[in-house]
Design a protein around this ligand. Structure first.
Ligand code: ADP
Length: 191
């Protein structure tokens, strides 16, 4: 079993690469953003709260996200050979809580695959995605900017956290999808 995290700023291509990785290695793809958007679609009370938080470019409450992740990690439908976690953890509290949760199951994360990419490129990609997927948080430029600022302030410190655990594997995210994927596979194959 391999337990991986894909890391990077909004628009880095985490979702795209995760889908390819999940298919090639028979991993479960756990995307917190996608799971939260599913909750919004159900139009529950929680879904309504999540909607306004995401629309504002803010983070959903840690305990809610943690519950979602825990549920997905435990619910082992299908014979997966591990998981790829996409969009989580996003702050140090989530990272610590997740390490503790994995430890309680006698498991640990094997690697954090980090898509490193220039800011001008991610803004272009998000603008492009806004036209295709129509996501609530991609449409407004100020919201996109806010998400990027939050990434630098709150999420980026996780790089130091995972480097200190020797689990940090950077990948050049500026490349074409297939080049990016090939670089990622090289890392996974060596784990
Ligand atoms: P992106 O990587 O482009 O930001 P995601 O689909 O991963 O897209 O996330 C979309 C939104 O969902 C985030 O901006 C945030 O509001 C919410 N979200 C996703 N994952 C988390 C998380 N781990 N903690 C808090 N909020 C989250």
């Amino acid at each position: 079993m391999k337990y991986l995290i894909i890391f990077g700023p909004p628009g880095a291509g985490k979702g795209t690469q995760s889908k390819l990785i999940a298919k090639r290695y028979n991993f479960k793809h756990i995307s917190t953003g996608q799971l939260l958007r599913q909750e919004i679609e159900k139009d529950t009370e929680t879904g309504k709260i999540i909607r306004s938080v995401i629309e504002n470019g803010e983070f959903v409450d840690d305990s809610l996200v943690m519950d979602i992740v825990k549920n997905e990690v435990c619910m082992d439908k299908g014979n997966f050979e591990g998981f790829i976690l996409d969009g989580f953890p996003r702050n140090i509290d989530q990272a610590i809580a997740f390490d503790e949760m994995m430890a309680s199951y006698g498991k640990k994360i094997d690697a954090v695959l980090s898509l490193e990419i220039e800011e001008s490129i991610i803004i272009k990609r998000i603008q492009h995605r806004a036209n295709i997927e129509g996501r609530l948080d991609d449409a407004d430029f100020d919201t996109v900017k806010k998400r990027i600022v939050t990434y630098h302030e709150v999420t980026e410190p996780l790089i130091t956290y995972y480097k200190s655990q020797n689990k940090y594997f950077p990948v050049n995210g500026d490349m074409a999808i297939e080049v990016n994927f090939r670089d990622i596979c090289k890392i996974i194959d060596k784990l």
